[in-house]
Design a protein around this ligand. Structure first.
Ligand SMILES: Nc1ncnc2c1ncn2[C@@H]1O[C@H](COP(=O)(O)OP(=O)(O)OP(=O)(O)O)[C@@H](O)[C@H]1O
Ligand code: NI
Length: 345
């Protein structure tokens, strides 16, 4: 890894659209954030907010077409990877950038042993003898906490539990010692005990492998466990970004606050009332305005407000970001009417 203070990953004004029969889906619509070396950045937001498409745009894993990266830059270690050829992108995936997805079942091929699949990942980017690759695969299985790795290496995926399968998938992603690991809801298919173990494992591996992690989740509880920094997304836009303390102790966007209220242990256990706006025809102004109890006329016009930096590294896309210090607009009770129409949709 190059020793520099520049971020490892820098996403600038990324726009990823899908051309569908219903119109253009602006899945990611001007997203910017950085990931520093050795840091874990969590992308959080409700289902459909564009978290996966953002992360899949980095190495162009989205289906193109119907998908298209229509604008923006993705700098990885200083190089704009949106300009890379298909071959160069393939080299990057599973090389310096590893991916772990939600469903370990789908990521593993049932007809090959796990050892074969890890060796394949090693072979794609390294020139090792068969014996060396096997040794390395065993080391990787040990690193991800699989007991008796030297014998388990010859087992097939179905011989592993769900949690153990996800460990195997992580081992494959680590095979090339990536500088960046992108994990898209890697624990949602697992029960909470196993989830906690996998989160611990990722933290340990991050130190050992000296890598950055982009971790996608809709669960702020998980964010609190592992994030250094947080990107809160809604309807293709970044609503707020900051350190984990900024987000949990000093959140400034009403959408972040609404997400926090839905955390278990908080008074409000209901999901946020209302639904995401149309992906093909988003409203003017702040995309959250019709679900926001603080929305005023200003919030309904123009573009999504630019991210205002309210403190170093803490940005918020809200015209009322000074509320609190500068006085709140009168909250309007949007929750009643939104909920009653929401049920009929
Ligand atoms: N292949 C596709 N074709 C058309 N639209 C798509 C495609 N993939 C994603 N989208 C749309 O892009 C938007 C963002 O989807 P995305 O999967 O990134 O959401 P997400 O935040 O990851 O949600 P979840 O928490 O459910 O995984 C959604 O409106 C989705 O329907
Ligand atoms: Ni997703």
């Amino acid at each position: 890894m190059t020793m520099t203070d520049d971020p490892l990953l820098s996403i600038r004004n990324l726009q990823t659209y899908f051309h569908t029969d219903d119109g253009v889906v602006k899945a990611v619509d001007g997203v910017s954030f950085d990931v520093d070396r050795g840091e874990t950045v969590c992308i959080v937001g409700e289902s459909g907010s564009g978290k996966s498409v953002t992360s899949e745009s980095i190495t162009q894993l989205i289906p193109i077409p119907p998908g298209e990266i229509v604008g923006g830059e993705v700098y990885f270690d200083g190089e704009d990877v949106t300009e890379l050829s298909t071959g160069e992108l393939q080299e990057l995936r599973g090389g310096r950038i590893g991916h772990v997805f939600q469903n370990p079942q789908g990521a593993l091929n049932p007809v090959y042993t796990v050892g074969y699949q890890i060796r394949e990942a090693i072979d794609a980017h390294h020139d090792l003898s068969k014996a060396e690759a096997r040794q390395r695969a065993i080391r990787l299985l040990e690193d991800v906490g699989i007991p008796e790795a030297a014998t388990r290496i010859d087992d097939y995926p179905h011989e592993f539990s769900g949690g153990m399968k996800q460990r195997v998938v992580i081992a494959i992603a680590l095979a090339c010692e990536p500088d960046l690991l992108i994990a898209d809801e890697p624990t949602t298919a697992l029960d909470v005990t196993i989830e906690a173990q996998i989160l611990d494992l990722l933290r340990d591996l991050q130190d050992e492998y000296d890598m950055s992690i982009v971790f996608i989740t809709h669960d702020l509880g998980v964010v609190a466990e592992i994030a250094d920094r947080v990107v809160v997304m809604y309807a293709g836009k970044v609503m707020e970004t900051g350190s984990v303390e900024d987000i949990f102790e000093n959140s400034a966007h009403p959408y972040t606050e609404a997400l926090l209220e839905c955390l278990p242990g908080q008074s409000n256990l209901e999901p946020i009332p209302g639904t995401l706006p149309s992906a093909t025809d988003p409203p003017d102004g702040c995309r959250f305005h019709d679900r926001c109890e603080y929305a005023t006329e200003e919030c309904r016009v123009g573009d999504q407000p630019a991210l205002s930096e309210i403190e170093d590294g803490h940005g918020v896309s809200c015209v009322h970001w000074q509320r609190g210090s500068d006085g709140l607009p009168e909250p309007t009770d949007v929750r009643g009417p939104v909920r009653s129409t929401g049920g009929e949709r």
